[in-house]
Design a protein around this ligand. Structure first.
Ligand SMILES: Cc1ncc(COP(=O)(O)O)c(C=O)c1O
Length: 370
């Protein structure tokens, strides 16, 4: 695909996202909540959510109420649920838009109920329990009593109960089973008390794929729908594919004499006469300012040389004499026989693929293949 009107852009294949969701539905046998927070892990909130709904998804997980409201305003036919904290002052907006909120704190729950009553609409909530993540959530011990109280608050509809797994992406570790045992104990207490809500969810992508017992009747999958591995220890099964490709272009090709400094602070000097290309991508796009990056040009891996600038970076083209101005450069994705995955990019940057895609700047045009 040729996008000559852009200098750097993302190509996002919505067919691949739908296919990944279908695979997850087949494997897990339960409904999928597509986790679309952080601009759908960089893939674009609205387009990704529409594709997820086309694939049969009825739940969309976000981190902030503003993300949920964006989905609501776009008229997307699925339930948005805010998995993180929502200030009580915003609970009325949530109730009016049918947005589900996580609840784990009594004072906040009370304030949510007051807000919901004041707008005259029920607020649907999912009670969040901390079974071991060490983050948000009420304690599962005493959880039955707390749920009884929560259910008594006029204005709230307790629709779900959930927890989050800390180490599902390291399936050999005992943590996940320990967390799920605590969660199951809570669930059987709720069942006996007649308080088990309709929806029960615990699994992220790794949990959904590697711990069948964590599936309950809904799984919250993010990274897998984008076709990226939760971790090296919890890779995706056969059939999943990455949906995103990141490209730029060569905007200049020049010959420099030996010992010529390249880019800010001359962190690179040409060793001999060198052909240096300029790529129209920089750290403001999410391409990190570090030495040792590689990119693909004409199907070959090429070193980035010198400091990455805000909007540009330089590459050494000595190994590709045929490279010329206008050539497509791939930063994530396939070119010819070669590929740079988001996971490789993450290893290069000593981070995880999640961070690589979430950092893709808003200014990058997103081109959808549908
Ligand atoms: C509460 C919650 N559930 C589910 C997910 C999705 O996780 P993953 O992208 O590993 O599937 C996240 C992501 O961080 C999360 O915070």
């Amino acid at each position: 695909m040729d996008h000559t009107d852009h200098t750097t852009w993302l190509e996002i294949d919505l067919n691949v996202i739908r296919k990944n969701i279908h695979l997850l539905q087949e494997i897990t046998g339960v409904p999928i909540m597509a986790v679309v927070k952080a601009n759908a892990y960089g893939h674009g909130l609205i387009e990704t959510s529409k594709a997820a709904v086309q694939a049969g998804v009825q739940w969309l997980g976000v981190a902030r109420i503003d993300e949920a409201l964006e989905l609501h305003r776009a008229g997307i036919q699925a339930h948005p649920i805010v998995l993180g904290y929502t200030p009580p002052e915003r609970a009325g907006e949530a109730a009016q838009a049918g947005i589900r909120l996580a609840v784990y704190d009594s004072q906040v729950a009370q304030a949510y109920a007051d807000q919901a009553r004041s707008v005259g609409k029920p607020l649907y909530v999912h009670a969040k329990f901390d079974t071991g993540m060490g983050r948000l959530g009420a304690s599962p011990e005493g959880g039955v009593e707390w749920m009884r109280w929560l259910n008594s608050l006029a204005g709230l509809q307790v629709e779900g109960v959930f927890t989050h797994l800390a180490e599902a992406d390291d399936p050999q570790k005992p943590t996940t089973d320990w967390q799920l045992n605590r969660f199951d104990a809570l669930l059987s207490g709720l069942e006996s008390a007649g308080l088990r809500p309709t929806w029960v969810h615990a699994a992220n992508s790794a949990g959904a794929l590697y711990f069948p017992r964590a599936r309950y009747n809904l799984v919250r999958t993010g990274i897998a729908i984008y076709g990226l591995n939760p971790s090296a220890r919890a890779p995706l099964p056969e059939g999943f594919r990455p949906a995103l490709t990141w490209k730029t272009r060569l905007t200049s090709v020049k010959i420099f004499p030996p010992n010529h400094g390249i880019s800010y602070n001359y962190r690179y000097y040409t060793r001999a006469e060198e052909r240096i290309g300029v790529c129209a991508v920089g750290y403001a796009d999410g391409f990190r300012r570090r030495l040792g990056n590689v990119v693909l040009i004409r199907g070959k891996k090429v070193p980035v040389v010198g400091s990455v600038c805000m909007d540009q970076c330089m590459v050494n083209l000595d190994d590709i004499p045929e490279a010329e101005m206008g050539d497509e450069v791939v930063l994530i994705g396939q070119q010819g026989e070669n590929e740079i995955t988001a996971e490789e990019r993450a290893r290069e940057w000593e981070t995880i693929s999640y961070e690589v895609v979430c950092e893709l700047a808003n200014r990058l045009p997103r081109i959808y293949i549908d």
